[in-house]
Design a protein around this ligand. Structure first.
Ligand code: C2E
Ligand code: MG
Ligand code: MG
Ligand code: MG
Length: 281
């Protein structure tokens, strides 16, 4: 019994801890290698303007094509990368890759849309604007092709510092959107203080539309607030026509979700661009 033998329970406990820690360390060193081995890939998910039906953007979402574990979703390695700091290198790769891809589309004469890259709070440092500027320059990519998605956690750091970084990014012509909106803890006053262009209604609210009155109320309120603040607003995780109808009625600008497309590799994205999404309705 553990009560009779406290040392034993402590030993078990620390063994579990060690296993968890070893697993994390293994994933971290694997991920470090993956960066060098080209095992990360980007998938792309389109964003559509409701009124016109046109594609107005896309989100780049990272995946890890692991040699033995297959396609690993970001939820299995991004949080870990965030705690270890490896997210900075992952983020550098993602920005580089996204700009390279957007530049290909720009040169191919694809009608412009914004390609959004997710940026973690840990990447949102004073060196980010210069890195963005340098990447745009190297790929000769027009800044209007690029958008950065940040979360409320980014805004909870030192106000002056965050604003300065944002101002330098938007001065380049790059847009900023606030991801997973409504799930964070920060104050609403930041919406007027920060140079943010778009609010992204979190999927957890979209999911409850139209059956859950609270989710409908929250989504509707975010939409009307965004409109009054002159921000664009997009709902993520749109899966049904009923959700689309509600969002259209509520005045939502854009939608993104499985109803239109899951995130797909660049090759499939391009084919859909050609065959479906660029057809003006
Ligand atoms: P997010 O930025 O909020 O991205 C939206 C997530 O919702 C994506 O999951 C997308 O596949 C999923 N999604 C979109 N539409 C639907 C839908 O209709 N139904 C359902 N069930 N899901 C939908 P994914 O790709 O697994 O990414 C999860 C999260 O991982 C992202 O959430 C983002 O926080 C993070 N992430 C992904 N790529 C990157 C990256 O390059 N850098 C950083 N820092 N984080 C990333
Ligand atoms: Mg996002
Ligand atoms: Mg999101
Ligand atoms: Mg989300």
């Amino acid at each position: 019994q553990a009560a009779d033998n406290p040392d034993r329970s402590v030993a078990f406990y620390s063994q579990d801890m060690n296993q968890g820690m070893q697993e994390r360390m293994r994933i971290e060193s694997d991920l470090r290698q993956a960066l060098g081995n080209g095992e990360l890939i980007l998938y792309y998910q389109p964003k559509f303007e409701i009124v016109s039906g046109r594609i107005v953007g896309a989100e780049a979402l990272v995946r890890w094509l692991h040699p033995t574990r297959g396609l690993v979703p970001p939820s299995d390695f991004i949080p870990l990368a965030e705690t270890t700091g490896l997210i900075v290198q992952v983020g550098e790769w993602v920005l580089e890759q996204a700009c390279a891809q957007a530049a290909i589309w720009q040169r191919a004469g694809v009608p412009p849309f914004r390609l959004a890259v997710n940026v973690s709070a840990r990447e949102f440092t004073p060196t980010l604007p210069a890195r963005v500027a340098d990447t745009l320059l190297r790929y000769q990519l027009d800044a209007s092709w690029l958008e950065l998605e940040i979360t409320e956690s980014t805004l909870m750091h030192d106000f002056e510092r965050v604003t300065a970084i944002m101002d330098r990014i938007t001065a380049l012509g790059v847009s900023l959107s606030l991801d997973d909106f409504g799930t964070g803890y920060s104050s609403l006053s930041y919406l007027k203080r920060f140079p943010i262009h778009t609010l992204k209604i979190d999927r957890s609210f979209t999911t409850g539309i139209p059956s859950d009155p609270s989710d409908c109320a929250i989504a509707g309120t975010i939409i009307s607030m965004a409109r009054q603040l002159n921000l664009r607003v997009i709902a993520e995780g749109v899966e049904t026509l009923a959700q689309l109808d509600f969002l259209r009625e509520a005045g939502c600008d854009e939608v993104q979700g499985y109803l239109y497309s899951k995130p797909v590799p660049a090759f499939d994205f391009e084919r859909s661009l050609r065959e479906n999404w660029l057809l003006v309705s």
